[in-house]
Ligand binder design. Structure first.
Ligand SMILES: Nc1ncnc2c1ncn2[C@@H]1O[C@H](COP(=O)(O)OP(=O)(O)OP(=O)(O)O)[C@@H](O)[C@H]1O
Length: 327
C-alpha cells in the first residue's frame, strides 16, 4: 500500500545541516500495522512528515519517493497531495489540541474537512456524518461534543475527535505520530484498541510512530527501528523482538523493564545529526563495535533468510555469538 524508498530530509539550521532523515526505506502492507520506533530525536516524526509532504523550511526533502497506491506522494502537485491526505491517508498528529481549531465548533471543523474533499453539502448532513464518526470513535454523548469547542474536551476525548477527523473520509492508510503519548495508560489502550479494530475490520493499514515498545509488541505486525535518522532494522515484530539483529534494537529491548529481567539503559547519547559520524552512527554506543564500523557505513542487507533488513556489519552473526565475543 505504501512503499517509501530512500527518503532524505535535512533541516538547514544556524547550528548547521541537521541530517534528520537519511535514506529511509520502509513498507506498509495492506491490512497491517507498522510501528516506527527509536529514541527521541531519531527522526521518526521527520520521516512521516516527509512521506506526507509536510516538511516546511528550514526543512527540505532532498531525495526519495513515497509510492502510495501506485503514485509518488513527493512528486504530486500540492493540490493533489492535499486531496490524497485526508481522503486516502488520515494523519493523527501528536498533540490533539494543536490539531484542533480552538475557535470553531467541532461540527464546523468536520464540516470544513468533509466539504473540502467531498464538495458542498448542507450543514445538517455533515453534522449527521460527524455524529456517526464521533460514535464510532467511542465518544460518549456525541450530541453535546459536536456542538462544543476543543477546550471543553479532556485530552482523551480531544484525541478521539482528532482520530475521528482523520477517519471521517474513510482513508485507506492512517499515519499516527505518537497518538496517545499525552494520555494516561488506560485511555491510551482504549484508543489504540479502537485504532487497531478500525484497521483490522476494514483492510486499512496504519503507520504508527511510538517510543513505546510495549505498544509495538501488542499492536504492530511489523517494526521499523530508526537510529540517527536511519533505519537500522526492520522485520516482523514477533521475529525482531525475539531475535534482534541490530545491537541498537537489542539495546532498546533491554532498556524496557520486564519482570525477572535486568534493565540495561542504553549508554551514551544519540549521534550528532549535524556532525554526522563517518561510519555506523551507532558505533560509539555499540558493545559489538569493530574497527570498520567507525569508518565504513553499513549497507542495508537482508538477514535471517530474507525476513529481515539490517544495517550492521555484524548482522549475520547471532546476537548470542556477538555477546560472547564482546565479552
Ligand atoms: N523544524 C525543524 N527545524 C530544525 N530541526 C528540526 C526540525 N524538526 C526536526 N528537527 C530535528 O530533526 C531531528 C529529528 O527530529 P524528529 O522530531 O523527527 O525526531 P523524533 O524521533 O520524532 O523524536 P520525538 O520522539 O522526540 O518526537 C532532531 O534532531 C530535530 O531537532
Amino acid at each position: 500500500m505504501l512503499t517509501v524508498n530512500g527518503i532524505t530530509t535535512h533541516f538547514d539550521t544556524r547550528r548547521g545541516l541537521v541530517r534528520a532523515v537519511n535514506d529511509v526505506s520502509l513498507e506498509v502492507p495492506s491490512g497491517q500495522i507498522v510501528g516506527l520506533v527509536g529514541e527521541s530525536g531519531c527522526g521518526k516524526s521527520a520521516t512521516i512528515r516527509s512521506v506526507l509532504g509536510l516538511i516546511r523550511p528550514p526543512g527540505h526533502t532532498v531525495s526519495g519517493e513515497a509510492i502510495f497506491e501506485g503514485a509518488d506522494l513527493l512528486r504530486m502537485s500540492k493540490r493533489k497531495l492535499r486531496q490524497v491526505r485526508g481522503n486516502e491517508i488520515g494523519f493523527v498528529a501528536q498533540n490533539p489540541f494543536g490539531a484542533l481549531n480552538p475557535i470553531l465548533r467541532i461540527r464546523d471543523q468536520f464540516h470544513n474537512v468533509i466539504t473540502t474533499h467531498r464538495g458542498r453539502m448542507p450543514h445538517a448532513k455533515t453534522r449527521a456524518i460527524t455524529l456517526d464518526t464521533l460514535k464510532a470513535v467511542g465518544i460518549p454523548g456525541p450530541e453535546r461534543v459536536v456542538d462544543g469547542y476543543a477546550h471543553e474536551l479532556s485530552g482523551g476525548m480531544a484525541q478521539r475527535v482528532v482520530i475521528g477527523m482523520a477517519l471521517v473520509l474513510d482513508p485507506r492508510l492512517i499515519v499516527a505520530d505518537e497518538p496517545t503519548t499525552a494520555l494516561d495508560v488506560t485511555i491510551q489502550r482504549q484508543i489504540l484498541d479502537l485504532m487497531r479494530d478500525l484497521v483490522l475490520t476494514s483492510g486499512r493499514s496504519m503507520l504508527l510512530v511510538t517510543h513505546d515498545l510495549g505498544v509495538v509488541a501488542q499492536y504492530c505486525d511489523q517494526v521499523v527501528v530508526m537510529y540517527a535518522g536511519k533505519v537500522v532494522e526492520r522485520g516482523r515484530v514477533d521475529e525482531v523482538f525475539v531475535r534482534p539483529a541490530h545491537p541498537y534494537t537489542l539495546g532498546l529491548l533491554n532498556s524496557v523493564p520486564r519482570r525477572g529481567a535486568e534493565v540495561h539503559t542504553l549508554r551514551g547519547r544519540v549521534a550528532d545529526l549535524v556532525d554526522y559520524p563517518p561510519g555506523c552512527p551507532f558505533a560509539d554506543r555499540c558493545s559489538f563495535v569493530l574497527e570498520q564500523c567507525r569508518s565504513v557505513v553499513p549497507e542495508q542487507r537482508t538477514a535471517f533468510d530474507g525476513g529481515r533488513t539490517v544495517a550492521c556489519h555484524r548482522a549475520e552473526e547471532e546476537v548470542s555469538v556477538r555477546v560472547a565475543r564482546a565479552g
